[in-house]
Ligand binder design. Structure first.
Ligand code: 3PY
Ligand code: MG
Length: 349
């Protein structure tokens, strides 16, 4: 049986985290410079840490420019994941920046991947260029309507090694945000997978949970990128604490530990607000419901419970904004006012 390779997005940062991931059995990490905070210099250090830990370091780059492509190649990325592709021409541009002739016109400068020219295969310019081209995969993401419409053309391009499906952004762009079981998204994913197979390109897909990861591996994807390091980390500690409390015969339902009670309180209210506001047909009635929720949050900040919950938060475990209640008093109100203005302008309802 063929097994899919398995990686994760690297968002947390730090050499120690990378080294720890090296003990997990993961095949690769994607150092995320699109959503993560990493500079080029930090990314270079993370690449070395990944290599030393037995992980393939891919990098999700943060733009389609010669600069964004070339620097990541030169510091040693083994794959470039390129988000937000909107045209075939953008992918041609990427091939041009990332490949030496005849496919492209990558800039030449001996770099660390071949010992700054000292490695034996770097002695001959043609084997040097071939080695550089071989070392790093070019993997555009398919996560916009435009890239989906042209996916066959994109997959067919020489110099493209694979396609990475971003189901989150793709679903949002298709107007079915994060509805991962929607038939439109499923059909789109199947189309992309078909294009990869037809043109002999690797297929990568993101999975936010284990069910999806197994589903996509069974479907024949070459690789599944599972969640983010931070999400797995949080879940692991939550599971651990949950088990610990059970071992202690601690009744979490009746008396959740303080930290968990705080987190649940914020998460429940903010989640409900987000749900209401993300409704594409948001109405005045929904806004009123939001306002009620925001008031509930504000009442929590103003009430005795808030003071009790935060009295011992000396370690500052919760974000400052939440502690100060800024989110409820300013942030949420502003968002709601914005929505109301927009609804009034468009004459909805
Ligand atoms: C997406 O799902 O949009 C991605 O880019 C992968 O996380
Ligand atoms: Mg995305």
């Amino acid at each position: 049986m063929r097994t899919a390779s398995f990686g994760t997005f690297f968002e947390m940062g730090g050499r120690g985290v990378m080294e720890a991931l090296g003990h997990t059995g993961l095949d690769y990490v994607i150092i995320d410079t699109e959503h993560g905070p990493f500079s080029e210099e930090t990314t270079a250090d993370l690449i070395v840490a990944a290599e030393n830990s037995g992980l393939l370091p891919y990098v999700r780059i943060n733009g389609i420019s010669r600069h964004a492509v070339l620097r990541m190649l030169d510091i040693g990325a083994r794959g470039l994941i390129v988000p937000n592709i909107r045209s075939v021409d953008q992918v041609k541009e990427l091939v041009d920046y990332s490949r030496f002739p005849p496919l492209g016109r990558r800039g030449y400068c001996p770099n660390r991947t071949t010992g700054w020219g000292a490695n034996p295969q770097a002695q001959d310019v043609f084997s040097y260029m071939a080695e550089c081209d071989r070392r790093c995969k070019l993997i555009p993401q398919c996560e916009t309507r435009e890239s989906l419409e042209h996916i066959e053309e994109i997959a067919a391009l020489p110099g493209v090694d694979g396609i990475f499906i971003g189901p989150c952004d793709l679903s949002i762009d298709l107007g079915i945000p994060l509805q991962f079981d929607d038939p439109l998204l499923t059909a789109s994913i199947e189309r992309i997978l078909r294009a990869c197979r037809e043109y002999g390109k690797e297929s990568y897909i993101f999975a936010g949970n284990l069910n999806d990861a197994v589903k996509w591996a069974d479907r024949g994807f070459d690789s599944v990128t599972f969640s983010l390091d931070a999400s797995v980390f949080i879940q692991a500690y939550r599971n651990l604490l949950h088990e610990f409390r059970q071992e202690e015969n601690f009744d979490e339902e009746k008396d959740p530990p303080l930290q968990i009670r705080r987190i649940m309180h914020f998460e429940t209210i903010l989640h409900e607000l987000q749900k209401l506001l993300s409704d594409p047909a948001v109405t005045f009635a929904a806004l009123d419901a939001c306002r009620a929720k925001a008031d509930e949050l504000a009442a929590y900040y103003a009430g005795e419970e808030w003071k009790r919950d935060f009295a011992d938060d000396e370690a500052g475990l919760l974000p400052k904004d939440l502690r100060r209640g800024v989110l409820s008093e300013d942030g949420i109100s502003n968002v709601l006012d914005d929505y109301r203005d927009r609804l009034t302008e468009t004459g909805a309802e």
